[in-house]
Design a binder for this molecule. Structure first.
Ligand SMILES: [Zn+2]
Length: 167
């Protein structure tokens, strides 16, 4: 998925009905795995598929999420009124939505650390020299348009609701 990760985080936050104060955690989690593009372009000089980095491995995030949630529950949650457990769940939930969306036409190491095999639902053929064009003109890009449409619909609906509540 190329463009629809951020709106997927917004949809997740809206769908769960979480407090607005934790929306930033969902939005950050929805795009965080793709920060590996910096390393991919600037350090590794595109030598590896960036989905081979640990930030695109579900197994890595399961271990981090379990450790973080236990630590937050034991040491932080009782000392703050901020919903830290909810925020962490939204953050990791958005990361998993990112990895699921990437599995549609990208590829993800779903069995890591047991296997480095990348799994993809639909292979997008390279019809054009520019890989972005191949993705934009493939039918799987309709999924991105759908995610954007749902997010915009929800956002505009919320704005309409708040205008009604002000009156
Ligand atoms: Zn990604």
């Amino acid at each position: 998925m190329i463009t629809a990760h951020l709106p997927s985080g917004y949809i997740l936050a809206r769908a769960t009905g979480c407090p607005r104060s934790v929306y930033p955690f969902a939005l950050l989690g929805s795009v965080l795995p793709d920060f590996d593009m910096l390393w991919f372009h600037l350090v590794d000089m595109r030598a590896f598929h960036h989905h081979k980095y640990w930030v695109h491995a579900p197994g890595f995030w399961i271990m981090i999420a379990v450790a973080t949630l236990i630590a937050l529950k034991l040491f932080v949650a009782k000392h703050t009124r901020f919903p830290v457990i909810t925020a962490a769940c939204m953050f990791y939930g958005a990361i998993f939505v990112h990895l699921i969306l990437d599995s549609l036409a990208g590829s993800i190491m779903w069995l890591w650390p047991f296997s480095d095999q990348l799994y993809v639902l639909v292979d997008v053929p390279s019809h054009y020299e520019n890989w972005v064009l191949s993705f934009l003109l493939h039918w799987t890009f309709l999924a991105e348009i759908m995610v954007w449409s749902i997010a915009v619909f929800l956002y505009l609906g919320r704005k309409r609701e708040s205008k009604i509540n002000v009156r």
